[in-house]
Ligand binder design. Structure first.
Ligand code: UD1
Ligand code: UDP
Length: 367
């Protein structure tokens, strides 16, 4: 029996749950890790366990890639079996992937209490699989760890009880504060990519609604190409395997100023993201990191579940329209970087653990 079982399965969950795992050591909370195997390529998975100094998962379900239903169904079966063995007081899931949906559904019908880290994010776009996942995870959770007051408000608007909600900040800040300086000292990525003395942009694009739609993906690349040419910048694009697969299937030639590279390790990505003139992305976590690092961001989507980044002036939505991408890039490059970080002070992980009803924690407090 453990106090906490983490259910995770993808790159962003590993990064954002790492601070909570590390806080378990500081607060003497006993834990186990169930890895669904949704991400399995080393570059999306084991490199993050190594770099973030996480222990091997106790269970690796090895589910891999398939359709949403098949993938989620296999994870549900595996997670339920694993949780029956770890018998935790609390199950923690983070974010909005299919691993989160499976973890949340399995835990919600078992004895354990369920905590959702990064609760209350909403794009209000149900065509995105992530929106379905986060809405369901929130509604079956006992503990909702909202990163901001805005996300708490969305939860209250949906009728969720205030008693279940704790505003904690986002654990992405904890991860970033812990690793930014290490990245500055250790990463050689700028020299490796020969961009030490160059203006450059970083781009990421991997979301289903963008890269699985050939016309949208081609538009997005054309927009980034034109923005790079307008500002005489190189663009570094670490290509997610989903996008790599689509590039090959559609026979797309990535335009010249965009340098397609393998997915980067976390420290290298942080170093690039903090040094870049501009970030162009459709990622959730990268929008937050750009905002916290003080790098202007253009989000190549029609909506964002991170409106705080727009409200503080760190981010702008461009859709995938090439003209809008160019205009947004120019506007953000002129914007400066004097905004406030809306995602908290880097103590989200400890706040999350402190608010869980754990036997261990009451022992700690009683001491
Ligand atoms: C998933 C999440 C998305 C998140 C992203 C983080 C869902 C519905 N989507 O998308 O919200 O932003 O993770 O990166 O959960 N593949 C590999 N190696 C891997 C994993 C995937 O090559 O380790 C390739 C396969 O071709 C696979 C494709 O990527 O079919 C998509 O993988 P999948 O896990 O279904 O979704 P992601 O696009 O990674
Ligand atoms: N990231 C990374 N290497 C890369 C691209 C991204 O380490 O080449 C990290 C980035 O720092 C961020 C996270 O991956 O913390 C975001 O994950 P992703 O974009 O895959 O998922 P999303 O946040 O959109 O769900």
């Amino acid at each position: 029996m453990t106090d906490v079982t983490f259910v995770l399965g993808t790159r962003p969950e590993i990064i954002k749950l790492a601070p909570v795992v590390q806080a378990c050591h500081r607060l003497e909370v006993d834990y186990s890790i169930v890895h669904t195997g949704q991400h399995y390529s080393d570059s999306l998975d084991s490199v993050f366990f190594d770099q973030l100094e996480l222990p091997e998962p106790d269970y690796d379900l090895g589910v891999g890639s398939s359709s949403h239903g098949e993938q989620t169904g296999e994870m549900l079966i595996g997670v339920e079996r694993a949780l029956a063995e770890t018998a935790p007081e609390v199950v923690l899931v983070q974010g909005d992937t299919n691993s989160v949906l499976a973890g949340a559904l399995a835990a919600s019908k078992m004895d354990a209490e369920l905590g959702h880290v990064e609760a209350g994010l909403r794009s209000f776009d149900r065509s995105m699989p992530e929106e379905t996942n986060r809405v369901i995870a929130d509604h079956v959770s006992d503990h909702l760890f909202a990163p901001t007051e805005q996300s708490k408000k969305y939860l209250l608007d949906e009728g969720l009880s205030e008693r279940r909600i704790t505003v904690t900040g986002n654990t992405v800040v904890d991860a970033l504060f812990r690793n930014r300086e290490i990245a500055r000292r250790k990463s050689t990525v700028l020299a490796d990519l020969r961009i030490e003395n160059r203006d450059f942009f970083v781009m990421t694009a991997h979301r289903q609604e963008n890269v699985d739609d050939e016309a949208r993906f081609r538009d997005l690349l054309a927009g980034v190409e034109r923005a790079a040419e307008a500002h005489d910048a190189d663009v570094i694009y670490p290509v997610h395997p989903r996008a790599r697969d689509r590039i090959e299937t559609f026979g797309i030639e990535v335009p010249d100023p965009i340098r397609a590279v393998e997915p980067l390790e976390y420290l290298d990505f942080l170093r690039l993201a903090s040094t870049a003139e501009l970030i162009l992305t459709d990622s959730g976590g990268v929008q937050e990191e750009a905002c916290i690092l003080g790098t202007p961001c253009v989000t190549m989507r029609d909506n964002t579940e991170r409106p705080e980044t727009i409200d503080v002036g760190a981010n702008r939505l461009s859709s995938c329209d090439p003209g809008q991408i160019v205009a947004s890039a120019t506007e953000m490059l002129l914007r400066g970087d004097d905004w406030e970080n809306p995602f908290g002070d880097g103590d989200a992980a400890e706040r999350i653990l402190q608010s869980l009803p754990l036997e261990t924690k009451s022992r700690e407090v009683a001491r």
